[in-house]
Ligand binder design. Structure first.
Ligand code: COA
Length: 501
């Protein structure tokens, strides 16, 4: 292994290779699921044989731990088992959050408006009469109950849910929850242990009353102004950093509040504003904003091109943000395939290997190319030369060769390639799920892998599928009460008026 780096320095023509790693098509032989399972077995053996460490009994900063369970890893229940979520979320940001909590074992009860449900059930429909992929891919492992939250009998059911749940999660427009009568003061009075978690577009300030969607958050959180090319429009990204990104932030806020509740015994409010979530993900761009005071941002291509900087962090095209120059380069087949490209980083420690691979050994010692500083004004020339080489290889061949020398790179993978990727299927990151009305579909499974809380991805609920079982099993309503609530119309869509004869 180490041989490659030493001998690439010594030789100029044929760079020494590390033993070839099977990276073509990114197919890993041993999957992390297998690894987790075998690690689990080994660990469970030792858990059975070894006595619990003395320290396990002692109180630490967070109190005393129980004795480690002897069950094999993955068989001791799920991480959030016992936590019940009153899920008032819709569209993408909130559902992303509650889906994660459900994957970790929380009982997520999704409250939906009778007859309509989450609006995404009927958006971007691809199979007539079935819930859309937009909905199914964001609402796995949840139960659905339909409640008109503004109907007196609906409020009666909601009150019971508030008493029985640990967390209320919502992403209504500002003020909507209050207009339902579910103010923080009210909820906290009914259940002082309740955590109330919200996604809003903006935090307190001039825009706090605005409704916000994904691209608005990307634009107001600093992403759009720093994405795209300097001489082009600001761009939004395909990654849903405003919605799914904020959902992720909120999930962390919720488990943190649950952790604190163990000590305090009381709930609290958790707020994630989408603008804040996006800005958090654009942290490095605020770093660059402040660096501008000290002079030009030398790792940006525009520095090498002699283009002066303005007073705000500019768009950096495909430059890499970490100070190591990087670009997207054409690979074999680029003329016909829109994804025949590779990301290539000219990381300083592997410069010698790069020179050898692309057939420019002279650049290792040429003062114009030998140091990172000397290369900065010549990045266009350098990447054009590297591209001459990448154009002779497919993106997978290039990845295979470059990885032998630890040259950081990554093929541009299309959604089709990701959907078909065997290794992602094996790890459960891409999962096939069966659904009663739409049949089989692909989804993204839980990207967070816990060795003792293994995710099973279950299909999303049909609208109101669990209304009866929640009323009786969770809330304990007697048959008479269930009938009264149902007859009131609080759980069903208003009947369409019959046409006059
Ligand atoms: N029973 C009765 N009424 C219900 C209900 C139920 N089960 N569920 C929702 N409603 C009502 C709400 O009370 C609200 O009524 P009101 O405004 O008359 O008080 C109404 O439905 C609409 O809710 P709202 O959240 O305003 O939906 P919207 O479609 O108008 O706006 C968003 C959608 C996403 C723009 C808005 O919810 C929002 O800004 N959310 C916060 C930011 C966010 O999460 N954005 C990203 C979404 S991916």
């Amino acid at each position: 292994m180490a041989k490659s780096k030493k001998s690439t320095k010594a030789k100029s023509k044929a760079p020494a290779k590390k033993p070839v790693r099977k990276v073509v098509k990114l197919a890993a032989k041993s999957t992390s699921k297998n690894t987790i399972k075998s690690a689990g077995k080994a660990a469970s053996k030792s858990a059975k044989s070894a006595k619990p460490a003395k320290s396990a009994k002692k109180a630490n900063g967070n109190g005393a731990y129980p004795k480690p369970v002897a069950k094999p890893f993955g068989e001791a229940g799920k991480a959030l088992e016992g936590v019940r979520i009153l899920d008032f979320t819709h569209v993408q940001s909130g559902p992303t959050c509650t889906q994660l909590l459900a994957w970790f074992g929380a009982d997520v009860i999704k409250v939906e408006r009778p007859g309509v449900g989450d609006i995404t059930r009927g958006q971007l429909v691809d199979v007539k009469g079935a819930d859309s992929l937009y909905f199914t891919m964001l609402n796995h492992n949840k139960r659905s109950i339909t409640i008109d939250s503004k109907h007196p009998q609906g409020k009666r059911v909601l009150d019971e849910l508030i008493k029985k749940c640990d967390v209320l999660v919502e992403n209504f427009a500002p003020g909507a929850l209050d207009r339902m009568g579910l103010t923080w003061d009210y909820i906290h009075k009914v259940n002082p242990r309740m955590i109330v978690a919200s996604v809003k577009g903006f935090g307190p300030g001039p825009y706090e009353d605005c409704k916000v969607y994904e691209n608005v958050a990307q634009c107001t959180g600093g992403s759009a102004s720093t994405t795209g090319f300097r001489d082009g429009l600001p761009l939004v990204t395909g990654a849903q950093i405003g919605d799914s990104g904020t959902g992720l932030h909120l999930a962390l806020g919720i488990v943190t509040a649950l952790f604190q509740r163990n000590r305090t015994g009381r709930g609290q409010r958790v707020l994630c504003a989408m603008q804040d979530g996006v800005l958090n993900l654009c942290r490095v761009k605020l770093r660059d904003q402040q660096r501008l005071k000290a002079g030009p941002l030398t790792e940006y291509s525009q520095y090498g091109e002699g283009i002066p900087f303005g007073d705000a962090t500019p768009r950096a095209g495909n430059d890499s943000g970490g100070g190591q120059p990087g670009r997207i380069l054409k690979c074999k087949g680029w003329e016909d395939d829109p994804n025949a490209y590779i990301y290539f980083i000219t990381q300083a420690p592997v410069w010698q290997a790069i020179c050898d691979v692309i057939g420019e050994p002279g650049w290792k010692t040429d003062p114009d190319f030998a140091t990172p500083k000397a290369r900065l004004p010549r990045l266009n020339q350098i990447f054009e030369r590297i591209e001459e080489w990448t154009k002779t290889k497919t993106k997978f061949e290039a990845m295979d060769i470059l990885n032998q020398y630890d040259i950081p790179c990554g093929p541009i993978l299309s959604m089709k390639e990701l959907a078909e990727d065997e290794s992602l299927r094996k790890t459960g990151t891409v999962v096939e799920v069966d659904h009663p009305t739409r049949g089989k579909y692909l989804t993204v499974g839980n990207p967070i892998k816990l060795s003792d809380s293994i995710t099973e991805v279950k299909r999303s609920p049909l609208l109101g599928e669990h209304t009866d079982e929640i009323l009786t099993d969770v809330l304990g309503f007697k048959a008479k009460d269930v009938a009264e609530i149902k007859n009131s119309g609080a759980l069903s869509a208003p009947q369409k008026e019959e046409k006059a004869a």
